[in-house]
Write a protein that binds this ligand. Structure first.
Ligand code: UDP
Ligand code: MG
Length: 325
């Protein structure tokens, strides 16, 4: 069997050698498994490309896919999936936060007949309390809002069977929230718990704003609930208004009408204005996404490929391009 390991890299210069070494020692130790390492350089601005090119020179199992600019983690993984030739594919971060030592366990569970083996993070070292808390909140929120049930606290560290990879490749959407897409695909999915280490070196490439965008992508691509929210707040406001009208009429009839009510009027107008703007904003989010989807641009642009067996990859890349159209 052939196992493809996809490693998205964005400015990972300080960790790459260690990552390559640890992956190699784990994968070499597995019997009956041949493997390829697909490093996707997501438009890094440091020496990542030089280091990868050098690693590739000495390791015939390493392949390097250089994207023409930074397209983001999820797209980088997508690019890797399009190039992977394996019967199974493992997606792993470059920073050694996901321990490669878990891979044999994943492969075992795959051999036992599971098509998806996803890592569940039990411990998360070296992450801020804020990140832990927001991540926890996010996974619970998205499960509330989405019809696709996603495992809590699972990241993108996972093994996918070829069948699942083909399903993901056939999904053309631009806003790619891979963990949701994998859940959507179905098949037999099983969890393997692991402790997530601190970053081996370098800084997180997911600053707060990127995290927020990622979370919004996830929620908006997998849920229509925010759209419905506008309807429910609208109805609520109407009921409050009806109650207000009844009170006003009663006030008038009982002749207690003193020239009060400016403040409440003002608050009501402001409140409704706010609700309307928020609703418009939500509409805009969905509309904007529809707009980017209908443009039908390719998801990414490959600048350079190193170490790929030319025949199979170009064929697969072409198949992917057709799929993406
Ligand atoms: N990454 C990427 N493109 C990006 C941001 C991140 O390919 O635009 C890669 C990064 O190199 C790493 C993985 O995605 O291998 C996860 O990123 P990071 O470790 O910074 O995220 P965190 O673990 O802090 O959530
Ligand atoms: Mg990380």
């Amino acid at each position: 069997m052939l196992l493809s390991v996809i490693i998205p890299c964005y400015n990972e210069e300080p960790v790459l050698r260690a990552t390559h070494e640890r992956l190699t020692s784990v994968l070499r130790g597995m019997t009956g498994v041949d493997y390829e390492l697909i490093f996707v350089n997501d438009g890094s601005r440091d020496r990542t490309q030089e280091i990868l090119a050098e690693l590739q020179l000495f390791d015939p199992r390493a392949r390097v896919l250089l994207l023409s600019r930074n397209f983001g983690h999820q797209i980088a993984v997508t690019a890797g999936l399009a190039e992977a030739a394996g019967d199974a594919v493992v997606i792993i971060d470059a920073d050694l936060q996901d321990p490669p030592e878990v891979i044999p366990q994943m492969v075992q569970l795959w051999r036992d007949g599971n098509e998806v083996v996803y890592g569940i993070r039990i411990e998360r070292d070296g992450e801020s309390r804020f990140k832990l808390w927001t991540a926890k909140l996010f996974y619970r929120l998205i499960n509330r809002l989405s019809e696709t049930k996603m495992p809590l606290d699972a990241g993108d560290f996972r093994l996918l069977d070829r069948k699942v990879v083909e399903v993901i490749k056939a999904m053309p959407e631009r806003a790619r929230f891979l963990r949701g897409m994998v859940s959507w695909a179905g098949f037999r999915q099983v969890a393997v718990p692991y402790d997530r280490a601190a970053r081996h070196a370098g800084d997180s490439k997911y600053p707060l704003m990127k995290m927020i965008h990622f979370a919004m992508d996830g929620i908006i691509s997998f849920s229509l609930v925010p759209l419905k929210l506008a309807i429910w707040t609208g109805f609520l406001a109407i009921w409050i208004a009806v109650a207000g009208i009844i009170v006003a009429i009663a006030d008038r009839l009982l002749d207690k009408n003193l020239a009060r009510g400016w403040a409440s009027l003002f608050v009501a107008v402001l409140f409704m204005g706010g609700v309307q703007l928020v609703s418009l904003g939500i509409l805009g989010e969905y509309l904007g996404r529809i707009y980017t989807e209908v443009k039908r641009r390719p998801l990414y642009v490959v600048q350079e490929r190193l170490g790929f067996p030319a025949d199979t990859t170009t064929e697969m890349a072409r198949a992917y391009e057709v799929n993406a159209r």
